[in-house]
Design a binder for this molecule. Structure first.
Ligand code: SF4
Ligand code: SF4
Length: 399
């Protein structure tokens, strides 16, 4: 691709100019309509309505979570992407600071989202996190404030928590409120609908997600709640020696569409998804992701996805996309899919810091030191993952 810096990158794409700012204008509510700029100059930038917020966001967002380059965030916004996602805990706060350095000059061009309340869900702590996040982001207001990783009905419907978020909205610290979830049962979606309070849900969603999740997404979006998709790309939890190297599969010579692009197209083919936030760490990723906007999912894409997934299926834990098959199966209560998610950050994303941060955020009852006495993991994966090997790998990294 050869686009290794911001200047080279911007020369190589049609720059969206003011398109991002224009995309934030309020409109009437047309839940499933997809917008296009139409003009050829902007034909890469597509907008969708974000739930009932009245805002239009680009169908391709930017999950900044594992990106450390402010230049890449600048380039994404200059290219028209207007949905930026970060969180209080990412990189121990450094991620928000990186985004904040960009917001200094580009705040009015984006729909800015952050998340609070991952580890400490008490109202006092959430209040402090909101104040600190805004400071790091160099702004007095985000557009969407998400309650980070809210999986249980009682968490989502907790009056004290809702009051903190409502207060933040009333004080003008955020325009809208929502929550992110790693629970793919109907539970968090139904709670979100029942609350008549939360305005957006961020959920894992990809080709391996079960049909029940697709149904929950549809039902939730029809209730007017925005749906933001994460974990859209499928990377292995860890690569066994026998696997074809990831890069070789990705650069499939027989097609111009990469498997990663095809996977993103698969998610965007669901019109109940308002935007997606794949991580990007290079200008090549950005270029590839920009190209996906407005493209239709083709039969060829489906073939590419099937071939790619065949290669990763025995190493990719679908727990981040909705598989719950091994839940409650460990006699000692360890949730193996959470351990796999942390391994995925280390070996799939190749980001050890992120892996450690997420592992540290797990409750003590879900740590691999509990696995010390097991020669073999008693949990069996219905999708063929070797969990004994995964636990061994996780103990090497985290115990
Ligand atoms: S059954 Fe396998 S794929 Fe599903 S969550 Fe458990 S480890 Fe992951
Ligand atoms: S190794 Fe043992 S304690 Fe750890 S997840 Fe497997 S069965 Fe549970």
């Amino acid at each position: 691709m050869g686009t290794t810096n911001r200047r080279g990158f911007l020369k190589s794409v049609a720059v969206g100019g003011t398109a991002a700012g224009a995309g934030l204008a309020a409109t009437g509510l047309f839940p499933r309509r997809i917008y296009s700029q139409g003009a050829s100059k902007f034909n890469r930038v597509r907008y969708r309505e974000l739930g009932s917020t009245g805002c239009k966001v680009t169908e391709m967002g930017f999950g900044v979570m594992n990106n450390r380059e402010a230049d890449l965030v600048h380039a994404a916004i200059d290219s028209g992407i207007n949905y930026i996602d970060t969180a209080h805990y990412y990189m121990k706060g450094e991620n928000e600071k990186i985004v904040g350095s960009v917001m200094k000059t580009k705040r009015d061009k984006v729909f800015l989202t952050t998340k609070v309340g991952l580890r400490d869900k008490t109202p006092e702590s959430i209040r402090k996190e909101i104040d600190l996040s805004l400071k790091r982001l160099q702004t007095d207001r985000v557009d969407l404030l998400l309650f980070h990783k809210s999986d249980k009905r009682e968490e989502i419907l907790n009056d004290d928590t809702m009051k903190v978020f409502d207060d933040a909205r009333k004080k003008g610290q955020t325009r809208f409120v929502g929550f992110s979830t790693h629970n793919f049962e109907p539970e968090p979606f139904d709670a979100g609908i029942d609350s008549k309070f939360w305005e957006a849900i961020l959920t894992g969603y990809n080709y391996f997600s079960p049909p029940s999740l697709t149904k929950s997404i549809q039902k939730t979006r029809e209730a007017g709640i925005a749906i933001i998709g994460m974990k859209n790309l499928i990377t292995m939890t860890w690569p066994p020696d026998t696997r074809v190297p990831y890069e070789d599969i990705r650069k499939d010579k027989s097609t111009k569409t990469t498997p990663q692009q095809a996977l993103l197209k698969w998610v965007l083919d669901d019109n109940y998804v308002d935007t997606i936030i794949p991580g990007m760490t290079t200008f090549e990723h950005l270029n590839d992701n920009l190209a996906v906007m407005g493209m239709k999912l083709t039969l060829d894409d489906r073939r590419i996805i099937r071939r790619y997934c065949e290669g990763v299926k025995s190493t990719y834990c679908r727990g981040v996309a909705g598989c719950t098959e091994c839940r409650e199966k460990c006699p000692k209560g360890v949730k193996v899919c959470d351990i796999n998610r942390c391994l995925g950050y280390a070996y799939g994303y190749k980001d050890l810091d992120l892996a450690y941060e997420n592992y540290q955020a797990l409750p003590k009852s879900n740590r691999v030191d509990i696995c010390a006495d097991c020669d073999e993991c008693a949990v069996k994966c219905v999708n063929g993952l070797n969990l004994t090997e995964n636990i061994r790998k996780a103990r090497e990294l985290f115990a």
